[in-house]
Write a protein that binds this ligand. Structure first.
Ligand code: GCU
Length: 354
């Protein structure tokens, strides 16, 4: 199967055939995505500091400490801060670290099996996404208020702000001696799966990017839309603030987009990406999510790597392929970030750890 637009066709029309040109092509792709879809993400601050506010010394059966940390960094409007919950294994490090963008502020939550993650040897940093930016059209609060908005067509949307917040957590975690800097993962579910992909696409310090049920604007190809799935037009009515305004240009015709979601996925190359879908989650368009894994893979092949090894024939529930640098799994059930999803993602990390 062929997917448009051609991933490796440079803006000047030349076809990329070797890894030497990838940095340039990746920069072109990020520019297209920033301008036409997610909005322009500001550069990283000079530094991100963390203050440990309190510690629960014995969480997860005493296998971890739960640290509540306030992160702060400079912005054009002055310092900005937000809290994270950091589950830090008591066993000696360094530990691979997973950064989770999550929906609720509570330290224990149905979207992550904290104990199981800790017992498999990971540290886990959890961000409540609305501590970074509210999930609405209000740009006068939080991180949204910290950067000038001068060009609505290209000003960044909320998804990119949540992604930026995850990268600031990475800044801080890299200052902690317990962190295994080579093995950092970012994960999110649904809208936060879209944000996790944006984060992993931009931030080359992240080895593993995980998209769980992210669907439209995340891992689902727009051009291969299937019945029952979300569309750009619907999203533009309900969640226009997640993106820059330019994206609405394509709501009548995805075929006119100068990109598709395999561009976003490919920006993780030659690092690692794993995409998960749920069989009954038709809104997120599971097959179009598998297509993204497949269609992004030529970027990995430039490096002599494999990309996605599962092909483009539709997976059935329970099927997965984690062999290459791009993994995909489809579980049974509905839209959720489940324990079963986590087990697949941790297996992927363990197969490909640096
Ligand atoms: C809505 C939205 C999706 C999004 C989801 C979620 O269903 O249409 O795009 O992924 O919310 O974040 O739960």
């Amino acid at each position: 199967m062929d997917f448009a637009p051609e991933l490796l066709r440079m803006n000047d029309g030349k076809l990329l055939t070797g890894a030497e040109g990838w940095a340039k092509r990746r920069a072109e792709i990020l520019e297209i995505l920033d301008r036409e879809c997610y909005g322009r993400m500001p550069g990283a601050p000079a530094k991100t500091e963390g203050v440990v506010e309190s510690v629960d010394e014995k969480c997860c059966a005493g296998h971890a400490k739960l640290e509540r940390i306030t992160l702060s960094f400079d912005t054009p409007a002055g310092p900005f801060s937000f809290p994270i919950n950091f589950f830090n294994p008591t066993k000696a490090g360094p530990h691979p670290v997973i950064v989770l963008l999550n929906f609720r502020p509570d330290a224990y939550d149905r979207y992550y099996p904290a104990e199981e993650i800790i017992d498999r040897g990971y540290a886990l940093a959890v961000i409540y996404y609305q501590d970074v930016a509210t999930d609405d059209g209000d740009f006068s609060k939080g991180l949204a208020a910290c950067f000038p908005r001068t060009n609505p067509a290209e000003d960044w949307g909320k998804l990119s702000m949540w992604a930026y917040g995850a990268s600031r957590a990475v800044d801080y975690l890299l200052t902690r001696p317990e962190t295994d800097a080579k093995n950092i993962a970012v994960i999110g579910h649904s809208r936060l799966g879209k944000a996790a992909m944006i984060c992993g696409a931009h931030d080359e310090r992240i080895r593993f990017t995980v998209s769980n049920d992210s669907g439209c604007g995340g891992a689902a190809m727009n051009r291969t839309w299937h019945e029952g799935a979300e569309t750009i037009a619907v999203m533009d009515r309900v969640f226009p603030f997640w993106f820059c305004r330019n994206r609405a240009k394509y709501k009548e015709s995805a075929a006119d987009m100068p990109f598709d979601q395999h561009f976003l996925a490919a920006c993780c190359a030659p690092r690692f990406l794993v995409i998960g879908s749920a069989e009954q989650d038709l809104w997120a368009d599971p097959l179009s999510e598998q297509y993204t894994a497949y269609a992004a893979s030529p970027a990995w092949r430039l490096f002599g790597l494999r990309g996605f090894m599962g092909g483009s024939e539709p997976f059935h529930a329970g099927e997965k392929n984690l062999d290459g640098e791009v993994g995909y799994h489809k579980r049974d059930g509905v839209h959720f970030l489940s324990r079963q999803d986590w087990l697949v993602y941790m297996a992927f990390f363990e197969k490909h750890r640096g």
